[in-house]
Design a protein around this ligand. Structure first.
Ligand code: NAP
Length: 502
């Protein structure tokens, strides 16, 4: 639809903060960060919000991933919105279906669904200052004053480039596209990968399959997951005294941040504690010295994203499980051939090989000022100003954008703080009657240069591993300082870092 045909276009020609009207806000994605955005924006008085969701339900990663064993390694008392704590979590670490149900419930209870256009992927965003023209998969265009990208990070499955993969005659699927029509009971199952996802899958399905083969390219450090079922009496108590829920939220928040996040950003005692815990976990669960040696990484714990899983080692120690560490030479119709010449015959092959970590809002085409293309700007190394803004892309904000501090912190918490920051920007626009706000190029470059220096001291760089954190820049796409600092920054915006356009 052309701008002239669009009924909203004429109305939008005058910037919202000057016309004294509500900004029209588009949110891309109805996962946890999209839900946080709608609830918090509405509470701040912004009600003209349209959420574009590619699927037919809210939930994001918790809707997409349905593999057996799916759970969250962040405690449930903390892995929730600060505005929607709940007492009745069934477990200390929530299973995937329960998180998905929680997100759907919050979306219903807080009126998020009424803002969402389901089955409506955004294909194109084009800045025609000071507004954005948004085109969705149905070919419709609409105009918005503000666009908020809430697409999450890991949503494009990475398929391994293994010769012959297509020739496999059994069932083969990516972990994020689990085929529930395939009965794995008693079958010969192979899992490629040993990341967080693979470990949860292997732990969950090994007892029911006939034979399990885990193809490990790199061993991973793993901490035990102290899972616990909450008793109804305990949950009733929390239900009666909401202050206890608030206490539990902050307890787990602080605990995780001061141990696991601290270990990644240069806190040596915490790093030693985490290393010791992982080594002990391995020794306690794997008695066979040969298997233990194969499972022992040669890099520091927490260099790759730390895995929390208590089922993986016991599963591998079972007689019908095999850890294959030989390089995969190729896939054949009957199974996986390794470099030593062995053919591992399989009925089912699961690709737990991770995601494209550089996607963020891509492959949506995003065009900023003067025709600047976001994908070309990033060129495989996405960077942003304070993880939320990109120079030359005015009135465009990201939640969980590049270098969002993902190191073992709850993304729900981070999202909420980022939404607060975006709201502060909108408030400033309203107060000063601004047409647009965009990160200044020099501020963004300075910020990222400082991060580039600081990241050298983190275990992600010094730990001696390769991980999905690294992008085309050769550095991890992460926040290098203690996360509390980032959360504080989100509540103290420095407006001098932005072009404030009248
Ligand atoms: P991942 O951490 O990227 O792991 C992918 C695995 O596949 C690695 O073991 C990798 O080996 C292996 N791999 C990739 N390509 C391969 C190839 N061509 N041949 C052989 N092996 C190959 O992916 P993920 O396990 O899906 O986890 C991604 C992220 O999702 C996690 O880091 C975490 O942030 C998040 N997650 C969180 C939870 C939670 O409970 N909160 C659960 C699951 C996932 P290399 O190590 O050698 O590269």
């Amino acid at each position: 639809m052309s701008q002239a045909q669009d009924p909203t276009a004429r109305e939008l020609q005058q910037p919202w903060a000057q016309a004294g009207r509500q900004p029209r806000i588009a949110v891309v994605g109805a996962g946890m960060s999209g839900i946080a955005a709608v609830v918090k924006l509405r509470r701040a008085g912004y009600s003209d919000i349209t959420v574009y969701e590619k699927a037919d339900r809210v939930g994001g990663t918790w809707r997409e991933n349905t593999y057996p064993g799916l759970s969250c390694d962040i405690p449930s008392r903390w892995y929730c919105f600060s505005f929607a704590l709940r007492a009745d979590w069934t477990h200390r670490y929530p299973y995937g279906a329960e998180v998905q149900a929680y997100l759907e419930q919050v979306a219903r209870e807080f009126g998020v669904n009424e803002h969402v256009k389901f089955n409506c992927p955004v294909t194109d965003l084009h800045y025609v200052g000071p507004q954005w023209r948004l085109t969705s998969g149905d070919g419709e265009s609409a105009w918005y004053d503000v666009v908020i990208s809430a697409t999450g990070i890991l949503h494009r499955p990475a398929y391994p480039d293994i010769a012959g993969l297509q020739s496999f005659t059994g069932d083969c699927f990516h972990s994020a596209r689990w085929d529930h029509s395939v009965d794995i009971a008693g079958k010969r199952v192979g899992v490629i990968g040993t990341g967080s996802t693979a470990c949860q899958i292997v732990g969950a399905i090994t007892p029911e399959v006939g034979e399990m083969r885990v193809f490990q390219r790199t061993p991973q450090w793993m901490a035990g997951l102290p899972q616990k079922k909450y008793s109804p009496a305990w949950n009733r108590l929390l239900g009666r005294f909401p202050l206890l829920q608030r206490f539990a939220y902050h307890y787990y928040f602080r605990l995780m941040m001061h141990i696991f996040s601290a270990a990644t950003v240069g806190n040596k005692p915490m790093q030693r504690l985490v290393s010791w815990g992982c080594r002990r976990n391995l020794e306690q669960h794997i008695a066979d010295p040969e298997l233990r040696a194969k499972l022992t990484p040669d890099y520091q714990a927490a260099c790759k994203r730390l895995i929390f899983c208590s089922d993986f080692y016991p599963a591998l120690a079972s007689p019908h499980a095999h850890l294959v560490t030989e390089h995969i030479a190729g896939v054949e119709p009957a199974g996986v051939r390794t470099a030593d010449g062995a053919l591992h015959e399989l009925d089912v092959l699961v690709l737990a090989t991770g995601f494209d970590p550089t996607a963020f809002i891509l492959p949506t085409r995003v065009t900023g000022e003067n025709g600047v293309d976001l994908a070309a700007t990033w060129n495989g190394a996405p960077r942003a100003h304070r993880a939320v803004a990109v120079p030359a892309f005015p009135n465009f904000w990201m939640i969980e954008g590049p270098t969002g501090p993902v190191g073992n912190l709850s993304l729900i918490t981070i999202s909420e703080h980022q939404v607060d920051y975006i709201i502060a920007m909108l408030e400033r626009m309203k107060r000063d009657g601004l047409a647009a706000i965009a990160a200044r190029q020099d501020a963004c470059e300075r910020y990222n240069a400082e991060m580039g220096e600081a990241i050298r001291d983190t275990v992600w760089m010094t730990g001696g591993c390769d991980s999905w954190y690294f992008d085309a820049s050769g550095k991890p796409n992460l926040y290098p300082w203690f996360p509390a600092r980032y959360l504080r920054e989100m509540h103290n915006p420095v407006f001098e870092e932005y072009e404030l356009v009248q």
